[in-house]
Design a protein around this ligand. Sequence first.
Ligand code: SF4
Length: 423
Amino acid sequence: MVVPTVVQRHLVRPLRSVGLFKQVITRNYHEIRDAAEARRGKIAWCTSLGPAELLRALGFKVYFPENHGAILGSFRASEEFIPVATAHGFSPEICSYLTSDIGAFLRKETPLRALYGFRDVPRPDVLVYNTNQCREVAEWFSFFGREFKVPVLGINTPHHVPEITVAHVSSVVDQINALIPQLEKIAGTRLDMNELKRIVKLSHDACVEWKGVLGTAAHRPSPFNFFDGLIHMGPVVIMRGMQDAVDYYKALRKELDERVKDGIGTVEDEKFRIYWDGMPMWGRIRAHSNLFARFKACVVASTYCSTWALDQLDHNDPIRSMAETYTSLFINRTEGIKEQYLINMAKDFSIDGIIFHDSKTCPYNSNTRFGMPMRLEKWFHVPNLVVQGDVCNMRLVSDTQFETGIEAFIERLMLKGVEGGAL
Ligand code: SF4
């Protein structure tokens, strides 16, 4: 039996870049707040993998409701707001980002007040979604379109795509092109193609830097883990297309390179290297980080954080590359492509085992429902564990079951003798 050592001190080394991270994120939120509340600019709400570059090129300040959902989850406020959305007809079975966010809106509450001095969530001039991740985002944005009486525009990406074909990309290119005149009308300006190229280049550069940050975790010991990533991914999610995001990741990378040079791991005395597939459980980030560290296990890589390593963006062909990049996402692909991706990640990061999170309200980011964990174990000998939980609704999480499952999994890895890397 694995007995975790009871400790009072930190087993996960904090990164000094956290200070800069807070400055950068705060500056971005203050810009949005000022644009919304002093009417200094137009506001667009955008999905986390929507056409943010196009919106920025047209001068919109861009706000991401999914980030608001994640903040509500991290603050463990979702359980209070989800029933409010349920009382307004939204099923408790659907995305808990959505139900948390809509519930908080209906209760006229937001953590943005305490964190960044907002009066309320910023009033949108337009909402723009891409269904490349799920259809929920279209329903979510449609609710707010009705509430604020503003246009809701969308890109409906082909789903469950095997190889990406010219037809897939052309369909999305056509939809992006169709958005342009509608957005120009709302923005009150014409799209400057050179400005779009500049923004796409900044977006690409932030994504490349982010990929480099994640790549440092291939070192043993890893200087960075999944739980660090969940914090530090903020700029690449909500600030793509901004210079601040590029600069931030260069600074973070420098700190991580120093750790690699000095052989410093984020988890003390790293023994096991784990991969996390699926959504995080936002209300348990610190608890899970500490739990893995107590077992000397470092969650070195994840599908979720890697989603924003969008290095195919190409400013020389901005619209086509946006279409291709945002269609090629892992979440939007067939099982065979996902399997191969996970095998490659397991090799690249010297993974000992995979945790699959089956998130109750996000089937799209749960790769447990069509036999993938068993196939990976049987065909590729990748040990794995399926854990039940949820992205925001912590009522759907059993801490005891989670801890027991992780303990048994680590014990299994020890018995297999994988300590030090099996793949
Ligand atoms: S992908 Fe999942 S968590 Fe994200 S918006 Fe869609 S249903 Fe919600």
